[in-house]
Design a protein around this ligand. Structure first.
Ligand code: B12
Length: 231
C-alpha cells in the first residue's frame, strides 16, 4: 500500500470528518520549513453539543467556573485532532519519510508559536483555504458549507510522495451579515470582510477575544449545520 493510502486509512481509522492533501511548495520557506506537502484533517462538532453551548448563557465562563473543561466536546476534539497529528507524524517517520506535526504542543515546543502575537507561520486556516474547505468569515474563522465554523482541525507537513489537490481560494460569503460582530461580548470582531491582503488584526482584535465560542455557534452557517435533520 502506498504511503498516501496508509495515511488515508490511518486517519479514517481515527474517525476524521474531512481530509485534504495540499501542495505548499509555493509558500515561503518560513511557512513550509522546506516541506512540499501538507495533510489537513479535522472533526466537526456535534449538533447536540452546539445546541447545549447556544442554550447555556456564558457557556465557556460557566465551564471554567465549574472546572468541567475536561468534559467539553470542543476541548476534547481539539486534543484529539492534535494527538492524531502527532501520531501521524510519527507514523510517517516510521515509513522513512519526514513529518512535522502542527499540533499546538509541537508548534510551541519547536518554537514556531509567537505567544505575544498569537501567530504561527502556517495556520491551519491557510491550508484549509488552499484546500477549498471553505472561506474566512467576518469572525476570522474558516466557515465550511457543511459544518459552518464548528470544526477542530490540525495538520502535518511532510516530504512523503502524496498527490495534492489545491483549490482556488473561496471569497467570503458573509455579505451584509455581521451577527458575529453584534454578539461578540468582547467587541473583538470588527465586521471586516477577509481578503488575501487584509491583516488578521483588521478583522479581529485577538487581545480582546475572551474565547467565549459564541462567534462559532451564532454564525448562521454553523446554525444550519446543527439544525439540519440528523440521518
Ligand atoms: C493563536 C490562536 C488563537 C488566538 C488568536 C486567533 C487568531 N485568529 O489568530 C486566540 C486565543 C484569540 C484564539 C481564539 C479562538 N480560536 Co483559535 N487558534 C489559534 C491557533 C493556535 C493559531 C492561529 C494563528 O496562527 N493565527 C495567526 C493568523 C495570522 O492566522 P489565522 O487567523 O489563523 O489565519 C489567517 C491566515 O490564514 C490568513 N492568510 C493570510 N495570508 C494568507 C495567504 C494565503 C495564500 C492564505 C491561503 C491565507 C492567508 O487568512 C486567515 C484569516 O486571517 C489556531 C491553530 C493553528 N495552528 O492554526 C487556533 C484556531 C484558529 N482557533 C480556533 C478556534 C475554534 C478559536 C475560538 C472560536 C475558540 C473559543 N473558545 O472561542 C476563538 C475564536 C477567535 C476568532 N474569532 O478568531 C480553531 C478555528 C476553527 C475554524 N473554524 O476556523 C483553530 C484552527 C484551532 C482548531 N483546533 O481547529 N485562537
Amino acid at each position: 500500500m502506498i504511503i498516501q493510502e496508509q495515511i488515508q486509512s490511518f486517519l479514517n481509522a481515527k474517525g476524521v470528518d474531512f481530509l485534504h492533501y495540499i501542495d505548499i511548495s509555493k509558500l515561503s520557506f518560513e511557512q513550509t520549513q522546506g516541506f512540499k506537502s501538507a495533510v489537513l484533517f479535522g472533526k466537526a462538532l456535534s449538533p447536540a453539543y452546539l445546541k447545549k453551548v447556544t442554550s447555556t448563557p456564558h457557556y465557556v465562563a460557566e465551564m471554567i467556573r465549574t472546572k468541567t473543561v475536561e468534559s467539553d466536546e470542543f476541548h476534547n476534539t481539539e486534543v484529539a485532532t492534535d494527538t492524531w497529528a502527532d501520531e501521524l507524524a510519527a507514523f510517517i517517520k516510521e515509513k522513512s519519510y519526514k513529518g512535522y506535526s502542527q499540533s499546538e504542543k509541537n508548534i510551541e515546543q519547536s518554537g514556531r508559536y509567537n505567544v505575544t502575537g498569537y501567530i504561527t507561520p502556517l495556520p491551519h486556516k491557510t491550508l484549509a483555504l488552499l484546500a477549498g474547505l471553505g472561506w474566512i468569515g467576518k469572525n476570522n474563522l474558516l466557515i465550511s458549507p457543511q459544518y459552518g465554523s464548528a470544526i477542530s482541525m490540525c495538520s502535518v507537513l511532510t516530504n512523503a510522495p502524496i498527490t495534492c489537490d489545491n483549490h482556488r481560494i473561496l471569497q467570503p460569503q458573509c455579505g451584509h451579515c455581521s451577527i458575529c460582530q453584534e454578539i461578540c461580548e468582547a467587541h473583538a470582531i470588527k465586521g471586516q470582510l477577509w481578503s488575501l491582503t487584509t491583516h488578521r488584526d483588521a478583522i479581529v482584535d485577538v487581545k480582546q477575544c475572551s474565547t467565549c465560542f459564541m462567534c462559532v455557534v451564532k454564525c448562521p452557517h454553523t446554525i444550519r449545520h446543527f439544525n439540519k435533520p440528523q440521518l
